[in-house]
Structure formats: C-alpha cells, structure tokens
Design a protein around this ligand. Structure first.
Ligand code: GLN
Length: 309
C-alpha cells in the first residue's frame, strides 16, 4: 500500500495548478482562504494514513458536518421521529434552497441540504446551548480521534450574514418542523459548520463511517452501527446536492462536500478519503477536490458497484 502515497502525490501534482472556480465569499471569513491550498488524505480501516499536499491545513467543516449532526439527532430521537421531520429524497435544487419547503412538502427533503441540517441541529438534546454544542464537539471528536474546536471568527461571520438560513429556520418553525428556539438552533448549526479540521481528520471521520462506526485508531464504536446505512445512503443520494446524480455516476461513493472546500468520501469496508481545496464550482464543491476524487477512485476501481460489474 505504500504506492498510495505515490498515487496521491501524482494526483496532487496533476491538479494543483487548476485555478478555476471561486471562493465562498457569501461567508466573508471564508473569502480569506488561500486558493493555492490543496491536500488529500486516505485513512484505511486499520488506521494507516496516506497523504499529499497540505494535509495539516485547517479549514472549517461547513456542510461536511451535516451527516454527523444527523447521526446525533438519530441517536437522540430514533429513526421514526427523525423520519417524520426530515425526508430522505434528493431535491435537484441548490443546498440553500427553500423552494421545496415553501411550495411542496413543508418539511426538509433531506438532512444534507441546509433546511434538513438546521432541523437536525434543532433536535440535538442538552440542558442548554453550551451542552448541546459540547455534545456535537464530543461526537465529532470521537470520529476524528481527537478533540476538535470551533473557529469563532468563521462562526460569527456566518451568523452576521446568514439571512437565507435565517429565513429557512423561520419557515421550519412556521411549518412546525422545529420546536426549539430559532436563534439557538441557528447558532448551533453555524457552530457545527465552523468546526476546524484538516484532510486527515476528514479521512479519519470517513474511515469511521466506512468501518461501521468503529474509529480506526481508538477502536471505539462512536455511533450505532444501525445508523451507518442511513448516513451512507443519504450521502450517496443527496450528499452532493444538485450534482448527486452526476457524482453517483462518475464516482459511485457516499460523499459530503462543504463550501470551505472540504470533501469527505467513504469507501465502505475499505477506507476514508478527505480532500481540501477552496476554489468551488457552481454547486459549492471543491473543483480540485472533485477532480482528485474522480482520478483516485478510477485508479483504484472504488465505485461501490464496480465489484459486481
Ligand atoms: N454553513 C454553510 C451554509 O449554511 C454550509 C453550506 C455548505 O457547505 N454547502 O451556507
């Protein structure tokens, strides 16, 4: 497997000079990212780590946080309650769309878009806001294998400018999807999005999902095995928003992207992959990240269906 480092280095070299795309300026703090940054990491189920580029560079999780908070909401309330509040259908609309909430079902289509993720955050149990955030940090840290922290600048930057997310939260309250205080739910959502990580953390978190919820280093079962298939199915069908179909076709693996440029990919039963590069396409996915994953997964024949093709 030491060839993996060579493969990652070749992929890094191949795509590092692609400068297409744009930074996520709608959260002002994210516009300060260095667009040259590019890192890619792999962690196997045995906990072996491979990487190339800026693997230790910290960035905020943004929407990569969504499956993990959804997992905690499932642990807190069970599948039946959560299913009654948040659907499991892809939208074909942008991640921050509120159109389907307004016009059709009056509940979020799935937990990978903002409406579903804000609802999931509102369901996290705890005696107060501090305890709810701590429970999220504890769970995310147990996936990564070490404590994680919130970047307060990014949190405040999003909190000040999140008019669309605030509108979504008000609609969720209006339609009776969420019961909790709107500002507290939004704060928790912005904080989970502002948790700092690097590509090794993403790969470790993905490897934990790939291994049925067992963290590769600590060997702890960090989430019920029963919920892993919920998360992976939803990441497969909805994790890349309105390009999920394209992604399923070209890569064929559960994944989640974030607007800071992070991309987490799960290879069930095999490994986790994390990529970071902040220049984004029109869906909000890292351009170098998507290219790197396409190249890597084709080279290693990792599409979940390829074993049967
Ligand atoms: N915090 C971001 C938002 O709500 C996350 C979006 C994303 O990463 N796609 O807009």
């Amino acid at each position: 497997m030491h060839d993996l480092n060579n493969l990652l280095l070749n992929i890094y070299e191949k795509f590092k000079n692609i400068n297409d795309g744009h930074l996520a300026t709608y959260i002002p703090e994210l516009a300060k990212a260095n667009s040259a940054d590019f890192g890619i990491s792999i962690v196997t189920l045995e906990g072996k780590t491979y990487g190339a580029g800026n693997c230790k560079k910290n960035f905020t999780l943004q929407s990569v946080s969504k499956p993990f908070t959804y997992a905690l909401a499932l642990e807190d309330h069970g599948r039946e309650f959560i299913r009654s509040k948040i659907g499991v259908e892809p939208t074909g609309d942008a991640f921050n769309s509120l159109i389907e909430l307004e016009e059709q079902s009056h509940r979020p289509y799935n937990p990978m878009i903002n409406s579903g993720a804000i609802a999931a955050s509102s369901f996290i149990k705890g005696k107060d806001a501090i305890e709810r955030l701590q429970r999220i940090l504890d769970l995310f840290g147990s996936f990564a294998g070490h404590p994680l922290q919130v970047d307060h600048q990014v949190f405040l930057s999003e909190k000040k400018t999140a008019h669309r997310n605030r509108a979504i939260a008000h609609l969720l309250k209006h339609f009776g999807v969420i019961d909790a205080d709107i500002e507290e739910s939004l704060d928790l959502y912005f904080q989970q999005c502002s948790i700092l990580s690097n590509t090794e953390d993403l790969a470790m978190m993905a490897a934990t999902l790939a291994g049925g919820g067992i963290q590769p280093i600590t060997k702890k079962q960090v989430i019920s095995r029963d919920y892993i298939r919920d998360l992976l199915s939803l990441m497969f069908t909805c994790g890349m928003y309105d390009s999920s179909g394209e992604w399923a076709y070209s890569v064929g693996l559960p994944a989640k992207s974030g607007v800071s440029g992070g991309l987490l990919v799960v290879v069930p039963g095999k490994m986790g992959i994390g990529v970071y590069s902040p220049l984004l396409d029109s869906h909000g996915h890292s351009i170098r990240g998507v290219k790197a994953i396409e190249e890597l997964t084709h080279s290693l024949n990792l599409n979940v269906f390829s074993a049967h093709a």
